[in-house]
Design a protein around this ligand. Structure first.
Ligand code: PEP
Ligand code: MN
Length: 373
């Protein structure tokens, strides 16, 4: 059960204390306080864990300071929808809004290699009105002898270049909680020129200590990739770990499943789950066409498979696209074969726009038909 307090009823107010005193006195019930940071206001929510079935939602709703009471199922207590349409499905970070109704493209380098390539990438993004990018500094690699990323050494110049080209949010994978500290320090030392969305990769979806560390901090939102060999339910529970520690600013990323059934694609594309995640949870959903497809192969009409699956994700309502580009893929240190070229950026963005327009028309049509029912 979630007790949602009225706006402005915050910790230590008289009303908050009265409600807390009452709830804490209930037998076999534990109360956990959670602040839901929306775009317009912060709502304080009280999570009641334990034997809540016998509690009267009406009595609790009638208490001063209580806005309303929502009964939740066991799954995804914080991030789930629970048939309640009024809790937020979006958040803002560093001037960019992320929601189940928005679309942001994060085109960029799989792995940061050198300042020239990073600068060329960011220059192209600015030329095409983009304010988000992806930049891998910490790379989890299958082979221990493969390039592991420049780590914290590259952060100052990556952040400075981002500031120079008006980049507001960089998706950057972290594989250890120390990386959060290194990112925070580098941003502070360079004067906060940009923002970072912490990315948890598919190999770490169930790294519970990393999830808890990313959930304990509230400064950075998190992009959690689906685990490539576990069920959707298991990956959504992983997202709930972040929220249960206090950070509900989470985007859920689909990136394909590891199985030979998807051959010749690198992973089996799972973007049919975009509407499923949006229905079950309040998280915006990201698709990663690059790590799903893993090549620059194209269909007979000339469209790259990466562009086809991007469109498939967007036409199904995806809210974010994480896609590999590189100014010189042959020289890329990681995942060059799947990177799009900078010259392909305008084509890619126009294709994204067409797919989004189609999604919006489909959604409007559905609203018309549902209204007739
Ligand atoms: C990545 O986005 O660079 C990455 C390693 O992705 P994934 O965790 O999905 O393999
Ligand atoms: Mn990669």
């Amino acid at each position: 059960m979630i007790v949602i307090l009225k706006p402005n009823v915050t910790r230590n107010s008289d009303e908050f204390n009265t409600v807390m005193d009452y709830l804490s006195g209930l037998p076999e019930i534990k109360v956990r306080v959670h602040e839901e940071i929306g775009t317009e206001q912060t709502l304080t929510e009280l999570y009641l864990i334990g034997r809540t079935s016998t509690l009267s939602a009406e009595d609790i709703s009638a208490m001063p300071g209580v806005g309303r009471v929502v009964r939740v199922s066991e799954e995804y207590r914080i991030l789930g929808r629970h048939r309640d349409e009024s809790r937020p499905t979006s958040f803002a970070y560093n001037g960019v809004r992320f929601g189940q109704d928005t679309l942001n493209v994060f085109a960029g380098l799989c792995a940061v290699d050198n300042p020239t390539h990073v600068e060329h990438m960011m220059q192209a993004l600015r030329e095409h009105g983009q304010v988000c990018t992806r930049m891998g500094a910490y790379k989890p690699r299958t082979n221990p002898y493969a390039f592991q990323g420049h780590g914290k050494d590259c952060l100052p110049w990556v952040f400075e270049l981002a500031g120079k080209y008006g980049i507001r949010v960089i998706a950057m994978e972290v594989t250890h909680e120390n990386h959060i500290v290194e990112i925070r320090d580098a941003l502070a030392k360079t004067g906060q020129p940009t923002g970072v969305m912490l990315q948890i990769g598919t190999r770490n979806t169930q790294n519970f200590e990393l999830l808890k560390a990313c959930g304990r901090q509230r400064e950075f939102p998190v992009l959690l990739k689906r685990g490539f060999g576990i069920t959707l339910n298991e990956s959504l529970n992983a997202a709930e770990y972040l929220a249960s520690e206090g950070n509900a600013r989470v985007v859920f990323g689909l990136r394909g499943m590891k199985t030979n059934m998807g051959d010749p694609h690198r992973n089996f594309v799972d973007f049919a789950h975009v509407p499923v995640v949006k229905r079950l949870t309040r998280m915006p959903v990201c698709v990663d066409p690059s790590h799903s497809v893993g090549s620059r192969d194209r269909g007979p009409e000339g469209l790259l498979d990466v562009m086809h699956v991007t469109a498939q994700g967007i036409i199904a309502g995806a809210n974010m696209v994480l896609v590999d580009f590189h100014p010189a893929p042959a020289k890329a240190l990681v995942d060059g074969p799947q990177a799009l070229l900078l010259e392909e950026l305008p084509h890619f963005l126009e294709d994204v726009r067409i797919a989004r327009e189609a999604y919006e028309k489909r959604a409007a049509l559905a609203r018309e038909y549902v209204a007739k029912d």
